[in-house]
Ligand binder design. Structure first.
Ligand code: ATP
Ligand code: MG
Length: 437
């Protein structure tokens, strides 16, 4: 029975005291994306396995080791999405978005599932915000998508984040590069881990992404793809850099970024922070000009990025960034007795219709216990209804922080509460200005 009291390893709950932080991030992400013309798309959590592992030769960790794959009762192979790009592209082909006005700009927020070793910032269920810009091959698209990622990170309050970019070329320039890589790694064959020995034949570029300390040490001196770019890819990369320069976005070129999924081409990028410990990449993305063709659509140049929401929250916490506080209960109405309880429910209904968070007793508690509860939930104001209040149709509203009171009629309680809330907001603002000089 122990299992039913514990979430599965690598998964987590977002508790009510924390959910406003998630809501702030999600709202900001969608709003900022909208400024660039990206509209939300929602796709299923599970897909046919082939959506994610398109060819048997796929050599990435995500596809080879990390997927939650199972047969459903009808004997179909199903996979819980390890990322959203493949599902979004499947949907865009299926519903003809790629044949509509291009570019199609879509964004998403959703859960992802990867069988990884759980640790801080690395979970088995985690959430991504991401965008896909479908049908834009121009370097200005790369710069626009990178600028959007940067603005989202700024708007949620992330500090000291750096942008690293690279180009991993197209299938043409990669042929030469793969040859050079094979040669290099062959000279270190004995030292490579078993997985990388296998990768050497199938896709030597994946060795560059290996997390084993020995392999990553060897990878440090491997030839870099940027030296093997064809003329078109070189030109594309130069233009991306020019566009980034023109909007004042600082970047460093990291020739070692290859990204963890096989579908990337040309521009790849990451936003990296020193404040999340070992899991330092909070956002990763790039161009995937070959993916839509691979998935059966008309070849359509596209690109996107994804950022991990848990990793961002961890980063904001480590950087001690204050997010907007949760809104508290506006007023708690404490009734004494059955008739008062009915009146309290009626007043609550009116206040809620007028947009206030109003709460009253639904446990049949005495006055003392009710006030303790009002205090615990951080109600800004409270009022008590007893026989006297029922008779006069008035009650005394108390400011829970200052103890100040004001008698109001139930008929205009919304208007009065509205002014009280504004007055007390103004007072605390003046207080904090005074305190901070
Ligand atoms: P890493 O190198 O850290 O494994 P990745 O290259 O596998 O990252 P992507 O597939 O690019 O990650 O996913 C984009 C973002 O999603 C990452 O930058 C990270 O913020 C987040 N992310 C990826 N895997 C996890 C995970 N297991 N737990 C939490 N967040 C994750
Ligand atoms: Mg990974």
């Amino acid at each position: 029975m122990a299992e039913i009291n514990h979430a599965i390893k690598g998964t987590g709950d977002v508790l009510p005291n924390d959910s406003h932080r998630w809501q702030f991030l999600e709202k900001t992400m969608l709003e900022t994306a909208r400024l660039y013309g990206f509209r939300e798309i929602r796709v299923p959590v599970f897909e046919h396995t082939e959506v994610f592992s398109r060819n048997v030769g796929d050599t990435t960790d995500v596809v080879q080791k990390e997927m939650y794959t199972f047969d459903d009762k009808g004997g179909r192979s199903i996979t819980l999405r390890p990322e959203l790009t493949a599902g979004v592209i499947r949907s865009s082909i299926e519903h003809g978005l790629i044949y509509d006005a291009l570019p199609q700009k879509v964004c998403y927020i959703g859960g992802c599932y990867r069988y990884e070793k759980p640790q801080a910032g690395r979970l088995r269920e985690f959430h991504q915000f991401g965008v896909e810009c479908i049908g834009a091959g121009n370097p200005s698209a790369d710069a626009e998508v990178i600028a959007l990622a940067n603005q989202v990170l700024c708007d949620i309050g992330v500090k000291d984040i750096s942008l690293e970019i690279n180009s991993i070329g197209c299938p043409t320039c990669r042929k030469e590069y793969q040859k050079a890589l094979k040669e290099y790694f062959n000279s270190h064959l004995d030292e490579l881990c078993d997985t990388c020995k296998d990768r050497l034949e199938r896709n030597p570029m994946r060795i560059l992404d290996c997390k084993s300390p020995v392999c990553s040490e060897i990878a440090k001196n491997a030839p870099v793809v940027i030296d093997y770019l064809c003329d078109e890819c070189n030109e594309h990369f130069s233009s991306v850099k020019k566009h980034l320069d023109s909007i004042g976005l600082k970047y460093t070129i990291n020739p070692h970024i290859v990204r963890g999924l096989d579908y990337y081409t040309r521009t790849v990028f990451e936003f990296v922070s020193g404040s999340v410990g070992a899991q330092s990449t909070v956002c990763g993305g790039g161009r995937y000009d070959g993916l839509i063709g691979q998935m059966g659509g008309n070849p359509t140049p596209s690109l996107g990025f994804a950022m991990g929401i848990e990793r961002l929250l961890l980063l904001l916490q480590n950087q001690k960034t204050e997010l907007p506080p949760d809104k508290k209960c506006d007023i708690y109405i404490a009734p004494m007795g059955e008739n008062a309880s009915i009146k309290a429910s009626m007043i609550c209904a009116k206040l809620r219709k007028d947009g206030f968070e109003a709460q009253t007793d639904i446990c049949g508690r005495g006055l003392k216990a009710q006030m303790k509860y009002a205090d615990k939930i951080g109600a800004s104001f409270s009022t008590v209804i007893g026989d006297n209040e029922l008779e006069t149709n008035k009650s005394v509203i108390k400011n829970m922080a200052t103890g100040d009171t004001l008698e109001v009629s139930f008929d205009d309680i919304s208007e009065k509460l509205f002014s009280l809330i504004n007055e007390s907001a103004l007072e605390s603002l003046t207080d904090s200005i005074y305190k901070n000089g």
